[in-house]
Design a protein around this ligand. Structure first.
Ligand code: HEC
Length: 213
């Protein structure tokens, strides 16, 4: 081939290739090296003849747990001892081996979460007269009723987790640690009305702040 012919051939080839760029086409693109980019597979909800029930989507095997999600300790996750009794104290540990101690920080967190999730019905002091009750929703019991006062903290955690009769559960909205923080804060709300004077630090008891109550 002479040089001008070669140049012309290259030029034409270049033009042809460039012309393909940006064109709209309903055909699948030319894919010379397939690698494993395209494979036979089923889309979600598709039928298949492979399985007897005709569904391509399979259920999880019973008892399958995602890595890191094994909720083994009933104290932390259910608020109960291995024998099924409600805990009377915090479980000392939160998920992932974190500590769960009754600290001011935990109570602050509990108050913050309580204000978000519980106040609309139970009101800020736990009297059960939240704003939705004014709008006709069922009135919850007061946390200061003998019956609720007598509940072990594990049961308060259980109510937040699983709900109770007409009250909805919060296990999907509030994580385990925060549920314990809320339970601890409910306990603090209860104590705020019942604590004997002997619980007040000596340097605060009898001060004007307490005297005015
Ligand atoms: C939408 C309103 C509503 C919200 C929000 C709500 N509760 Fe309740 N709660 C109720 C009602 C209603 C009852 C009474 C249920 C019944 O007796 O049928 C109740 C009952 C309870 C009880 C007593 C359970 C028992 O066995 O008697 C506790 C404790 C409690 N709630 C805690 C909480 C906490 C903590 C939160 C926040 C995480 C919360 N609730 C959020 C409506 C609510």
């Amino acid at each position: 081939m002479t040089a001008p012919t070669t140049r012309f051939a290259l030029f034409t080839a270049g033009l042809l290739l460039a012309a393909c760029q940006g064109d709209l086409s309903s055909e699948p693109p030319v894919h010379l090296n397939q690698n494993m980019d395209q494979q036979n597979r089923h889309e979600a909800q598709e039928e298949t003849s492979v399985f007897e029930n005709g569904r391509a989507m399979r259920n999880h095997l019973e008892g399958t747990v995602p890595v890191g999600s094994l909720r083994e300790d009933p104290r932390i996750y259910a608020g109960k001892t291995a024998q099924g009794d409600f805990l009377k104290t915090l479980p000392a540990e939160a998920p992932k081996g974190e500590k769960l101690e009754l600290t001011k920080e935990l109570l602050e967190r509990g108050r913050e979460r309580y204000d978000v999730f519980c106040t609309p019905c139970h009101d800020a002091q736990g009297g059960g007269k939240g704003v939705v009750v004014d709008r006709g929703m069922m009135q919850p019991p007061s946390f200061h009723d003998e019956r609720v006062l007598a509940m072990p903290i594990g049961q308060l955690y259980d109510v937040v987790t699983n709900g109770a009769r007409n009250m909805q559960p919060y296990r999907t909205q509030v994580n385990v640690r925060d549920r314990w923080a809320i339970a601890a804060y409910v306990r603090a709300l209860q104590m705020s009305r019942r604590a004997p004077l002997s619980d007040v630090p000596a340097d605060r008891a009898g001060s004007e702040r307490w005297g005015t109550r």
